[in-house]
Design a protein around this ligand. Structure first.
Ligand SMILES: NC(=O)c1ccc[n+]([C@@H]2O[C@H](COP(=O)([O-])OP(=O)(O)OC[C@H]3O[C@@H](n4cnc5c(N)ncnc54)[C@H](OP(=O)(O)O)[C@@H]3O)[C@@H](O)[C@H]2O)c1
Length: 307
């Protein structure tokens, strides 16, 4: 399907496909999981809260009672939890068609993951790097498989710092940290694409962003008092969780997308526009940054991709 003509209605039957969605209980991840379930895929809801995942599952089952949904607990701020998730997944499935790395946190106060990493970079980038590396053997075994990383327009405010990648020495800024984590999502995507092409593997890797979408991610912005009704007004004009999820849905299942591309809403990020290939900034295409980040990610996560 060419460029702007693509619509959810065009998605082919996904029966037999196995799709993991991280952060599937809420926002974009929930909407993506719902669409994949509607199209008959087997969808793994990879969520840190079983209660919230059960609620999400019930909501999807109510609309699509024949959905093939499975909850497997995953907390991206714990390398142990990621390992356990992968073990459970591998015991149950022998294929993985799509890994949608969607989960994320935004602009939180400084904090550390279980393994001592600054949380935004720990969850948004390093957790997904570790997860992808461990699932890579299965992705390699599955013909035409795909990895999709969810980034943001906020990658533009990210700056890489390989001396102090996790804000241990410099003053922590919640915006700069979020920006760095989302820039890392893109550097990781483009580098993984280069390595996959070099080895001639049958795996596509893409990135996507929703523009600005009204999801519970906004809870991190602490919009209170007079700003609350103003935000509700603003929210009428921005993407819903569903329209915001369209770029990552398209990147995950449109057979015509190209590996190494970045999908987002056409035009301004606030507008509810069709998902198309969009540009990311120059820093995201810097190979020297990508190589350094790769090396650092391997060291921090203690994981290597088996190409
Ligand atoms: N909304 C936007 O405008 C916007 C813009 C640009 C990019 N994005 C990106 O879109 C993605 C999805 O965000 P959203 O807007 O849908 O927000 P959301 O509604 O808050 O959903 C985020 C999901 O990530 C999960 N998550 C957070 N920390 C986790 C962890 N440690 N382990 C496993 N799962 C974890 C959350 O689980 P809990 O429910 O348990 O917290 C939730 O399911 C994120 O990567 C975000 O950076 C969003």
């Amino acid at each position: 399907m060419k460029s702007e003509k693509w619509m959810v209605e065009h998605i082919q039957d996904l029966k037999g496909k196995v799709i993991i969605v991280t952060g599937a209980n809420s926002g974009l991840g929930f909407e993506a999981a719902k669409v994949f379930a509607k199209k008959d895929a087997t969808v793994i809801l990879a969520c840190r809260s079983i209660t919230r995942a059960e609620t999400a599952k019930e909501k999807i089952m109510k609309v699509y009672p024949k959905s093939q949904l499975m909850i497997i607990p995953l907390d991206l701020e714990s390398f142990e939890s990621i390992k356990v998730f992968v073990n459970i997944f591998q015991q149950k499935f022998t294929r993985l068609d799509v890994l949608l790395n969607n989960a994320g946190i935004m602009t939180v106060p400084y904090g550390k993951t279980e393994d001592g990493l600054e949380r935004q970079n720990g969850i948004n980038h390093y957790g997904h790097f570790a997860l992808t590396a461990q699932l890579f053997p299965l992705l390699k075994k599955t013909a035409g498989s795909r990895i999709v990383n969810v980034s943001s327009v906020a990658h533009r405010m990210g700056k890489m710092n390989f001396v102090d990648p996790l804000f241990e020495k410099q003053r922590y800024s919640k915006f700069k940290s979020y920006g760095r984590s989302k820039l890392s999502n893109l550097l990781f995507t483009y580098e993984l694409d280069r390595r996959i092409r070099e080895k001639g593997l049958d795996i596509k890797v893409l990135a996507a962003h929703p523009g600005v979408a009204d999801t519970s991610l906004m809870r991190y912005m602490n919009i209170n008092g007079i700003l609350k009704p103003l935000y509700r007004l603003f929210a009428k004009f921005i993407n819903t969780a569903y329209t915001g999820a369209l770029p990552e849905i398209r990147a995950s299942v449109d057979p015509d997308v190209q590996s190494g591309t970045y999908y987002g809403p056409k035009g301004l990020p606030f507008t509810k526009k069709k998902p198309v290939v969009v540009k990311s900034n120059k820093a995201s295409h810097r190979v020297d940054y990508a190589l350094k980040l790769w090396e650092l990610s391997e060291k921090i996560t203690n994981q290597k991709f088996e190409f």
